[in-house]
Design a protein around this ligand. Structure first.
Ligand SMILES: [Mg+2]
Length: 235
């Protein structure tokens, strides 16, 4: 029986695409860099994804990816890159300005409170994550929040999950098969769940293919399906 859910935040409970689009355009405005189109945000998002994967593989540090992604993106757009560091700093703040739930995720979290403990497990920066967790109300709805920036280790590393398990054990002892991670990323959430030996639920709204050969215990297109997993209706 599942007793604990570890929720990924960006791209899972919260819609990251919308807030990314907002924050990029806002920062372009603030830094007087001209118009940022939807296409530009899409090109940035592709660069950003590549950089986070490099962090997950341990090739770059968090500080390197945060400014590196903007430097590369600006260069590609023919924009000056010297303000990449300041731009990133402001961008982190703006990411916390707004929060949009996927699939009525808020209602789901509230409904599940009676059945399971729920925690956030998120990479990303302290500023952005604290901001969006407060903005969405998730900081109050969830039983706790684990941000890699505070722990000093990122998903998918087993060390990140060891820290989480240590903290959970202060309240109650759980078996690994009583803990379920739910996330949209194969490389951080599902790889992390595999490394940690817990149950894995891949949130895959686009219907992508599992190219990594990872163990996936549940695959869902809509977050509302989580209720069936918890009540044992979904196998
Ligand atoms: Mg995610």
């Amino acid at each position: 029986m599942i007793k604990v859910i570890l929720w990924d935040i960006d791209g899972t409970l919260l819609n990251f695409t919308k807030v990314e689009n907002y924050a990029m355009k806002k920062c372009f405005e603030m830094f007087d860099m001209g118009v940022c189109t939807d296409e530009m945000v899409e090109r940035y998002a592709a660069v950003n994804k590549k950089y986070w994967e490099r962090l997950e593989r341990g090739e770059l540090t968090k500080a390197q990816i945060l400014t590196g992604r903007f430097r590369e993106f600006f260069r590609g757009e023919g924009l000056p890159g010297e303000n990449a560091e300041a731009f990133n700093k402001e961008y982190q703040v703006r990411l916390g300005d707004k929060a949009f739930f996927n699939d009525n995720g808020e209602e789901l979290v509230i409904k599940l409170k009676a059945k399971v403990k729920q925690y956030a497990v998120t990479n990303g920066t302290l500023t952005a994550q604290r901001g969006k967790l407060a903005k969405s109300g998730l900081d109050k709805l969830l039983d706790g929040v684990f941000i890699s920036d505070e722990i000093g280790i990122e998903k998918p590393n087993a060390g990140f999950f060891d820290y989480v398990f240590c903290e959970l054990a202060k309240g109650e002892d759980y078996e690994k098969n009583e803990i379920l991670i739910i996330g949209d990323s194969l490389t951080s959430d599902i790889q992390g769940g595999n490394n940690a030996g817990i149950l894995c639920c891949w949130y895959n709204p686009a219907g992508n293919t599992n190219t990594k050969g990872l163990r996936i215990d549940y695959e869902i297109r809509n977050l509302q399906e989580v209720e069936e997993i918890i009540t044992g209706m979904k196998l």
